[in-house]
Design a protein around this ligand. Structure first.
Ligand SMILES: Cc1cc2nc3c(=O)[nH]c(=O)nc-3n(C[C@H](O)[C@H](O)[C@H](O)COP(=O)(O)OP(=O)(O)OC[C@H]3O[C@@H](n4cnc5c(N)ncnc54)[C@H](O)[C@@H]3O)c2cc1C
Length: 377
């Protein structure tokens, strides 16, 4: 029952590659690490990609499967914190990342858009502000009234993010790892790195998002491990939610996959404090809330075939961290996507690789990991 539905899909071994004395060791074989490793190999670096579990065994194979553009905060909120030009540039960058994901993912990605749902008037007003800001900045967005949604009694309106989509995230990341191996990356699964000393002179790129790695020196723990719990129901014949839906400021999210299963996650706020943890155990109260919510959506009780948890990394300013790890020689980091890492993780993995390879790499000032040391201080 604690197996991720996505990870339960059978997988093929990756092409066997051995790299002696790699230029770069990438730690963490989720979406970030795989994207970084591929990009570094394409830049001519010899690369080893290691993970204490298997490829996609962390959040990348345990998430909701939403492929979302933008930063974790709403577009207008991000514009307030980083300025309109930077917010627009970040938004366009993540839209390009979705295009690249589409070109690599094959049947692991469906370009169906996503719906940000309002559950009350306050959320409706907030979404309307974001919708107008997106349109004014030239980004594609659509406004739907509650009457156009499947559950008009529960939801008052929705903002459609047109370029978004739905992922089978484990299938996508495994595919990405396979492409990286074909490009010359050595993949070592079930190999936990206990200390940077093990990695010799190699440049190290730490891509662990919310999982404690013990490798990040002064910023270890400052990307806050946060648990998310997810369920997948029995397949149902009705097709209500082919588009990813998320409401209550992202606390609840659900959609149906191609098999007709409803995959639903969230309800962290049932027990907010206890969900700031790196422990992947399921809890009764969040599981109960998820099941009741899904039964309410379809108006009958559904069997739950899979239930699982994963850990993501929360950053209080809702911007990822990408750049040199402060206080450490030759160590870089990308992570901290605050539950929004499928597309952003891919983009940040590529970005950190560009920086390591000495290529042009935008946004490094805005996303500088050193800002975590000055937070609240
Ligand atoms: C329940 C849940 C639902 C989510 N839903 C969505 C969603 O719908 N859409 C979205 O965009 N985002 C979502 N997210 C967030 C998204 O899944 C993550 O931000 C993203 O997958 C992070 O990818 P990553 O590659 O950076 O890290 P991960 O995929 O978490 O991989 C990190 C890896 O690092 C490895 N590792 C850690 N330390 C070491 C070490 N010392 N040595 C070796 N290996 C190590 C771990 O084993 C792990 O496999 C969700 C997250 C969770 C948990």
């Amino acid at each position: 029952m604690t197996t991720s539905y996505w990870l339960s899909e059978p997988t093929q071994p990756f092409p066997s590659v051995t790299v002696d004395n790699p230029d770069v060791v990438v730690v963490g074989a989720g979406v970030t690490g795989c994207a970084a490793a591929l990009r570094l190999a394409q830049a001519g670096k010899s690369v080893r990609l290691v993970d204490g579990r298997e490829v996609a065994g962390g959040a990348s194979g345990r998430n909701g499967g939403f492929a979302l553009r933008g930063m974790p905060a709403a577009f207008d909120v991000t514009a307030e914190s980083v300025g309109e030009d930077t917010a627009s540039a970040l938004m366009a960058w993540t839209e390009r990342a979705i295009d690249t994901i589409e070109s690599l993912a094959g049947d692991a990605f469906r370009r169906v858009g996503s719906l940000r749902i309002a559950v009350d008037e306050e959320e409706r007003d907030e979404l309307r502000v974001e919708y107008e800001a997106l349109v004014a900045a030239g980004f594609r967005a659509e406004w739907l009234e509650g009457s156009e949604l499947h559950n008009p009694d529960q939801f008052t309106a929705a903002l459609r993010h047109v370029p978004d989509g739905a992922l089978q995230p484990a299938r996508f990341v495994r595919r990405l790892a396979g492409i990286a191996a074909e490009a010359g990356v050595e993949i070592r699964e079930h190999t936990r790195i206990a200390s940077l000393d093990e990695l010799g002179d190699a440049t190290v790129v730490v891509c662990v998002d919310g999982y404690p790695s013990g490798l990040l020196g002064p910023i270890e723990g400052l990307v806050i491990p946060t648990r998310g719990q997810v369920i997948a129901t029995e397949p149902i014949p009705e097709r209500y939610f082919e588009v990813p839906h998320y409401g209550r400021h992202g606390y609840d999210y659900w959609h149906q996959d191609e098999a007709g299963r409803i995959v639903a996650g969230g309800f962290r706020d049932v027990s907010l404090d206890s969900e700031f943890t790196a422990d992947e155990r399921l809890t009764d109260n969040v599981q109960h809330a998820l099941r009741s919510f899904v039964n309410g959506l379809v108006g009958r009780e559904l069997r739950v075939d899979f239930a699982w948890a994963g850990i993501f990394g929360m950053v209080m300013d809702f911007l990822p961290i990408v750049g040199r790890a402060p206080g450490l020689e030759n160590v870089w980091v990308a992570g901290g996507y605050s539950g929004h890492g499928n597309v952003l993780g891919f983009a940040c993995g590529e970005l950190v690789a560009q920086a390591v390879a000495g290529e042009d790499a935008p946004f490094l000032d805005t996303l500088d990991p050193a800002r975590l040391l000055n937070a609240d201080g």
